[in-house]
Design a protein. Structure first.
Ligand code: ZN
Length: 182
């Protein structure tokens, strides 16, 4: 059975998780309204991650903001699209590149619920995105595990360490009864 089917079956057997996700949605909305700057947008990314959750995807969301303030939202769709590159960050970059008809996303800022992987980090560099904010450390596949951040002095990289942002990921793995490190 594929992951999405397994997840949806587990969710049907545990309907109280729907209520939990509904509560989280209201909580993130409130946090989005209450906060400012990067924290605000990380909660917007967290709202996006809930969309992935309901699709049976590992719930990771992101928002990419252009210098003029246009917001591009995306969430992980790896299983749905059967595409190993369909991470939230890549999908947001594609949306913005399509909209502005350029790969060059200088002065854009990205807010991701979980530390980007190496592929996404590379894509951010390729897009010339220099401001990277994430909600929580990914100790295994996060880019900081593989590269020296000091080699990229022009980048602004901030881990906001917001443990409430990764609650959907914890629930997701609990539902699937996966052993996970988070
Ligand atoms: Zn990634």
């Amino acid at each position: 059975m594929d992951k999405i089917k397994r997840f949806k079956l587990a969710l049907r057997k545990n309907p109280h998780y729907f209520q939990l996700i509904k509560n989280l949605k209201n909580y993130y909305k409130k946090k989005y309204q209450e906060n400012k700057d990067e924290t605000k947008y990380l909660y917007l990314a967290a709202l996006e991650s809930l969309k992935a959750f309901l699709k049976g995807e590992i719930p990771i969301g992101c928002v990419l903001i252009s210098p003029e303030g246009k917001i591009f939202k995306a969430h992980n769709l790896k299983e749905t699209l059967k595409d190993p590159t369909a991470h939230a960050e890549i999908l947001a970059i594609r949306k913005a590149s399509k909209y502005y008809d350029t790969w060059f996303l200088k002065n854009f800022k990205i807010y991701v619920t979980l530390e980007p992987c190496l592929m996404c980090f590379g894509s951010l560099i390729e897009s010339r995105i220099t401001d990277i904010y994430y909600g929580y450390l990914e100790p295994k596949y996060g880019f900081s595990n593989f590269i020296k951040i000091e080699n990229f002095p022009k980048l602004i990289i901030k881990n906001l360490n917001l443990s409430d942002i990764i609650i959907p990921i914890k629930i997701f793995f609990k539902l699937l009864r996966y052993e996970h490190y988070l």
